[in-house]
Design a protein around this ligand. Structure first.
Ligand SMILES: [Zn+2]
Ligand SMILES: [Zn+2]
Length: 360
């Protein structure tokens, strides 16, 4: 039996290849992809920003167990697993041995793998990334059963946005009754708002687009700051102080993805407060900051690009418990068959759609 996978050899071109389905080695499993998404990094690949060798696209997915390698009887949390069960994998594997893994910060693993290896379709076991009919999960890679009440549209981004913000808010130690400012009400921001509300924090969302501000409210924001109304950094800083007894926010989450947002976060946070930087991922873009402000305000800044892999389990549990509370179905606004991935990426690149899903 054969499966299909995709490869982006150069900008704005996607090829599909067929390979015989691999037999999973002991400790591994082969899964069938039921839904995968177009996330930011695939749009970068589509623009040709991932090097000359081309790239295998995809990292967000939900699927079903196709076949289990010898010795695999449970998911990483110990729940019994059999063929046909719905699962979500962490899209990378951490080494468990490096200095960061040993200290419990596997998100900063220096031996993070799969990213580097996944570039060539011809290399066995071929199904390295989930923009494909099948996806291969290696021994040691975390994989979790998806709770029955969590539909594919919600589960498919749990292994990226939700796990990452969940981990970030723990890294920042966001506590009950603290204030969180979320810069940017996109996927990461909305997930963060829901998680922050569940731990009793007060959420202030900043954005400048009507639909995104509406969604911020739907995902639990107590206050929204419209960037068209509060047009300058100074206006927004004054507004955040008004809403926080003159202090500034305890915690700021930067998920707007522009350098200016990081500059602004330093203004919005209170003295002694914490900032998480997640949004800026374009190498080379620069911000102008005054380091003395970080010194005199005694601010902590934490960068987070992935998450400790067991957070995917927490993320799926969180979805299961809050499925009816928030409009998760609104986070994906377009669906394409896998073979029309080019159209999905063109439309995502032109921002005609915000979040596309690919289905078999
Ligand atoms: Zn993603
Ligand atoms: Zn490591």
């Amino acid at each position: 039996m054969k499966g299909t996978l995709s490869f982006i050899p150069e900008a704005r071109k996607i090829d599909f290849y067929e390979y015989e389905l691999p037999q999973p080695e002991p400790g591994a499993m082969l899964t069938e992809v039921t839904r995968t998404n177009v996330c930011g990094s695939e749009v970068h690949m589509w623009r040709g920003e991932f090097g000359r060798r081309g790239a295998m696209p995809g990292h967000e997915m939900v699927g079903r167990v196709h076949s289990l390698g010898q010795g695999v009887t449970t998911d990483t949390a110990g729940q019994p697993l059999k063929e046909g069960d719905r699962i979500a994998p962490v899209y990378y594997r951490v080494c468990g041995l490096c200095a960061n893994c040993r200290e419990g910060n596997a998100a900063a693993c220096t031996g993070l793998s799969i990213r580097a290896k996944r570039l060539i379709p011809d290399e066995a076991p071929h199904f390295h990334t989930p923009w494909a009919t099948h996806y291969y999960i290696h021994p040691g890679q975390h994989v979790y059963k998806v709770p029955d009440n969590v539909p594919d549209h919600a589960a498919s981004s749990a292994n990226c946005a939700l796990s990452q913000v969940f981990f970030s808010l723990d890294r920042l130690n966001l506590r009950y009754d603290e204030t969180l400012v979320v810069q940017g009400a996109g996927g990461l921001g909305l997930h963060a708002m829901a998680v922050a509300k569940a731990r009793g924090a007060r959420v202030i969302a900043i954005d400048g687009v009507d639909l995104r501000l509406q969604r911020a409210k739907a995902f639990g924001a107590d206050e929204v700051i419209d960037m068209r109304e509060y047009a300058s950094v100074k206006d927004r800083t004054v507004r955040v102080r008004e809403l926080t007894d003159g202090l500034g926010s305890d915690v700021v989450l930067e998920v707007a993805g522009v350098p200016a947002a990081f500059e602004e976060a330093i203004q919005l946070v209170r003295s002694g407060g914490r900032i998480a930087e997640l949004g800026n991922i374009s190498i080379g873009l620069q911000a102008t900051i005054s380091p003395s402000l970080i010194t005199f305000k005694s601010i902590s800044v934490v960068g987070v690009s992935t998450y400790n892999p067991h957070y995917l389990h927490k993320a799926l549990q969180f979805l299961s418990e809050h499925m009816d509370q928030y409009p998760y179905h609104e986070l994906v606004d377009a669906e394409f068959p896998l073979k029309n991935a080019a159209e999905a990426m063109d439309k995502s690149d032109r921002k005609e759609i915000t979040r596309a899903a690919l289905v078999p």
